[in-house]
Design a protein around this ligand. Structure first.
Ligand code: HEC
Ligand code: HEC
Length: 420
């Protein structure tokens, strides 16, 4: 008994000693990237060997990727990881980027609509951040043209993280650990907001998912998909269903705005989407074609989070052109939205296929500890019986979510890494 107590004491002493060690930044690139001779991390993917047909139709499975944001240093990426999970970046120290983009939930939050520092719902649902490095337009309405421009939205919006630039900068500058980490990552005299944005973008750009079973199939491993999944891929690519016209491989998005006439939830007024932000009235009700990578992990679906399952989302397309457009609205629906009359079997096969796009081998590690001493932001879990049981108050959500999500995250981290 005494020996056990002694052991316990030494073990706890050892772990609190490591806890006090300074935050050392990684010198390795995350697994999707490789260090080049200049010390920067560059994308490493079989897709780089293929020609790009981007913008020129659907292309086959061996089609190249759109341009990527890469070339950050391992230290900048790792610093961005700490910032991404740290609720210190929010006005009340309770909401981090990871509160709405949680690794345990496909880098989304499992909610219909996200909830920020005020505990109220945001107008749209949180998209996954997998492969944002390839996106030329960000947000559901495509209104932001760079990751740097996008992230200042949540940082400073009253209903998201509620901070302001002066406070954010002062908070980070007065944190000794962050001050040292920024110096290590940027080798400049003073800590600036541009460095904060760059580090966050460096981390986001490392969230690459291109090693799904579909990808193995695309690279020539025919048995990577079973017969049902192959049938699903054929429906997906068919000119009847037309999914691949907009959700073009390999990203499963052509990054265009399309008007679908997706219903809003509970009689909410129509979200004008790109029609409002671009000022182009023909885009009223238009949204960016989302990538479908890891889509099986990010229910509920669409900008309003109004479909609970992939089956429901797929069935929307066969409900008849414009079937959910509110009365009195005259939307310019995209010409690929029509009435494909897919059978139940075809819809099931589509869902089978969408599951083959799941690949979280390169899921980022959630820091055990943050320079702020706060628990990493995690999405609050919903009551299992329904998506409607939203947590209206964010008090303590981060902590309890961190506890409930921890075993799942550990499981996910324990998954074997896929081949690079
Ligand atoms: C309170 C929840 C919340 C927080 C906190 C939050 N986001 Fe988001 N994020 C969202 C929602 C909701 C959207 C979609 C908004 C829209 O399109 O109008 C979004 C969209 C995005 C997108 C666009 C993805 C795409 O496919 O277009 C990126 C990138 C992103 N967030 C990164 C971040 C980063 C980085 C942070 C931290 C600085 C952050 N988010 C904090 C909820 C959140
Ligand atoms: C005309 C272009 C177009 C076609 C064709 C198309 N989609 Fe989409 N898809 C979109 C757009 C745009 C959205 C987002 C709409 C919104 O949120 O209102 C979307 C959303 C989705 C989503 C939800 C993704 C998420 O993260 O919430 C799924 C799943 C999906 N589509 C599957 C399909 C399938 C399956 C087909 C074929 C039956 C298909 N799509 C055909 C443009 C298209």
């Amino acid at each position: 008994m005494r020996i056990l107590l002694f052991l316990w004491l030494t073990l706890t002493a050892a772990s609190s000693a490591t806890a006090l060690e300074p935050f050392e930044l990684s010198t390795f690139c995350p697994p999707a990237l490789r260090l080049d001779e200049t010390g920067h991390c560059k994308l490493h993917s079989q897709y780089l060997a293929y020609d790009s047909l981007y913008g020129k139709g659907v292309g086959g499975p061996k089609t190249g990727l759109p341009p990527v944001r890469d070339g950050f240093t391992p230290q900048q990426i790792d610093l961005g990881r700490y910032l991404f999970f740290d609720p210190l970046l929010s006005q009340n120290g309770e909401v981090a980027c990871s509160t709405c983009h949680d690794p345990a939930l496909g880098l989304s939050d499992g909610k219909r609509l996200s909830i920020g520092v005020q505990g109220t719902e945001i107008a749209r649902s949180a998209p996954s951040l997998w492969n944002v490095a390839f996106l030329q337009k960000l947000l559901w309405d495509g209104s932001k043209k760079s990751l740097e421009a996008q992230l200042q939205g949540p940082l400073y919006a009253d209903n998201e993280m509620g901070n302001d630039p002066v406070t954010l900068l002062a908070t980070l500058q007065s944190n000794a650990a962050y001050a040292a980490m920024f110096k290590a990552a940027f080798e400049e005299d003073s800590l600036t907001l541009d460095q904060v944005y760059t580090a966050l973008v460096a981390f986001e750009s490392s969230l690459i998912s291109l090693n799904s079973r579909y990808d193995l199939y695309a690279h020539g491993v025919h048995d990577a998909l079973n017969p049902q999944e192959k049938q699903g891929l054929n429906v997906f690519r068919s000119f009847v269903a037309r999914c691949a016209e907009c959700h073009t491989p390999p990203l499963f998005s052509n990054q265009q705005i399309a008007v679908l006439g997706v219903p809003e939830r509970n009689g909410r007024p129509l979200d004008p989407g790109a029609g409002a932000s671009s000022g182009d009235t023909s885009q009223r009700g238009g949204f960016k074609v989302p990538s479908l990578r890891n889509v099986a992990l990010t229910a509920p679906y669409m900008h309003a989070g109004n479909f609970d399952s992939l089956r429901e989302a797929a069935a929307f397309y066969t409900g008849g052109r414009g079937h959910a457009v509110p009365e009195g609205e005259d939307l310019r629906l995209h010409w690929h939205i029509w009435n494909p009359e897919l059978t139940d079997d075809e819809l099931d096969r589509l869902v089978d296929f969408l599951h083959t796009l799941t690949d979280q081998a390169f899921l980022p590690e959630i820091p055990n500890q943050l320079p702020s001493g706060l628990p990493p932001g995690r999405a609050a879990r919903l009551a299992p019986e329904g998506k409607t049981a939203l947590h209206r108050h964010s008090n303590n959500n981060t902590q309890s979510a961190a506890q409930t999500a921890a075993p799942l995250a550990a499981q996910l981290r324990a998954q074997p890494k896929a081949l690079p």
